[in-house]
Design a protein around this ligand. Structure first.
Ligand code: ZN
Length: 178
């Protein structure tokens, strides 16, 4: 684990991505890194010319930053790697449908394609509650795809929130002796 919270090891350096499955599996690895921090497990990677150039996972609690979503962190790192504010031609894999903020950032970055595993009916800004990536009035539109690794992502998210609910119940049932 790097100081900025990104994961990196020998197998992750300049990793090639040949399919949506491979890209999403790397995003899933980032989501698991978020889970290890007790963060909502969402991960994202940015792929340019078939190579992973940046990764990110949700760090909103760790960083006390409501904008520290996986996609935003990955986009910031990718832009730093490229040395430009735009990531023309890039594909972003994210485990969960981007929220409005992240969809906006992906659009600002001029990302070519966005792939997510599962929809987010409560925050999703790409298809669930809005169409930030595809609205014809937008200056830039991204190609989109969804469903890759959906079962794995759903299980990860469900496990996280069930664990949270179980712990909340346990706390309620613990007599307050103070
Ligand atoms: Zn977001």
């Amino acid at each position: 684990m790097e100081r900025d919270g990104s994961t990196r090891d020998a197998s992750q350096r300049a990793e090639k991505v040949g399919s949506d499955r491979e890209g999403m599996e790397l995003a899933l690895a980032e989501a698991r890194a978020a889970l290890a921090l007790d963060e909502v497990p969402v991960g994202a990677v940015v792929v340019l010319d078939g190579t992973v150039i940046a990764r990110g996972h949700n760090r909103t609690r760790s960083d006390c930053d409501p904008t520290a979503h996986a996609e935003v962190l990955a986009l910031r790192r990718a832009a730093a790697v490229v040395g430009a504010q735009r990531l023309v031609g890039a594909t972003v894999y994210t485990t969960v449908e981007p929220c409005f903020m992240c969809a906006g950032a992906l659009s600002h970055a001029r990302v070519a394609r966005v792939v997510w595993a599962v929809r987010d009916p409560k925050f999703g800004g790409a298809v669930s509650l809005g169409s930030v990536l595809s609205d014809p009035r937008m200056n830039h539109r991204c190609q989109t795809a969804e469903g890759e690794c959906a079962d794995e992502v759903r299980a990860l998210m469900r496990g996280f929130f069930e664990d949270k609910r179980r712990k909340a119940r346990e706390n309620m049932n613990t007599p307050d002796l103070s």
